[in-house]
Design a protein around this ligand. Sequence first.
Ligand SMILES: [Fe+2]
Length: 360
Amino acid sequence: MSLISPDVGTRLKPDAIVAVTKIYRELCNLQPDTNVLVLTDARTPDYIVAAFQGVAQAMGADVVRLECKMHAGGATYQPASLWSPMVVAASERADLIIDMAAGYAEFIVAAVKRGCRILCPGDGIGGGYMDDVLIRTVLHTDIHAIRRHADRIAARFTKASHCTVITGADQDRLEIDLTGLEGIAADGFLWDPDRKDWKSSWAFLPPAQPGVLIPKGRGNGVVHVDGNLLYHSLYMDNPKTPIRLEFRDGKLVDIGGDPVLSNALGNWLDRLNDPGSRLGPVHLNVGINPNAILSQSQEWERVYGSITCGMGDLSLLGLLMGETPFQLPKSLVHWDWTVVQPRILLDGEPMVERGRVLIP
Ligand SMILES: [Fe+2]
């Protein structure tokens, strides 16, 4: 599948204001007098940041916008980024952080532990056409149907004890033990409008990619990656032919397939000299947003019927999702791979095939 270009217009789309209002009202339950910190960097255009600032102000919130430096690399290097004490200090006074810059960071974990809520409208870091992504995937979709679907899939993951991912011409299998793991909806909602109660402390957009966080030592077999690879480069690469990844006991032991990207990935991992970077899969998630596309925004992880697995660090993401009794993989990096249309079995029952999610 080729890369699809989104709408990269450079003016404020009125629809972006409507999308941001929907996000504050329906996903954040924003109330007057909430202290909102809009944290950003130069990767997100001013008119998008201004929409998040202005709409919150219009709803009665006390809003401060803080633009920090761009940290080197994209989401991959977030676990090792060092943050200015000024940013940390501002975060300590916030009730809600609209995070377009940090993603996985210790001060964000600390904010969550204090009771602050975090929404990442651009999935950790922002980007040039976040408005287009939010209009397509939040404003122009039934986000409540997606939320309820994500809840049902998360419940199925909780019930399951085994997941099989089948890819490639030879129907190779990646087997993952899910025993004792709890499914996560990962639907972008801080607030549950059905239960009229808070749903999560940390959420990212667009919705949704229900799945599981995977402790150390699980995952055996082979997967052929034909979607995206998020690694050293700022955002993602798209292999011309599938990359073959082989896992043994939760560790990447061999890289093959697409010669260009498999060499680039192998060389990067060798250069890192960080054994934690080869641990994984550390999370497994199924995309269920019908309007998400394979762009350079992390909306690609929500492409309907796809699967995305993370590699490397889980210690920060794991804490953002709540306490876990399992030992979480640690690394200086977090990278991801996506298969666009895998076949997935849960306890031997088909769950995803030919781009269709079979859990109703
Ligand atoms: Fe990931």
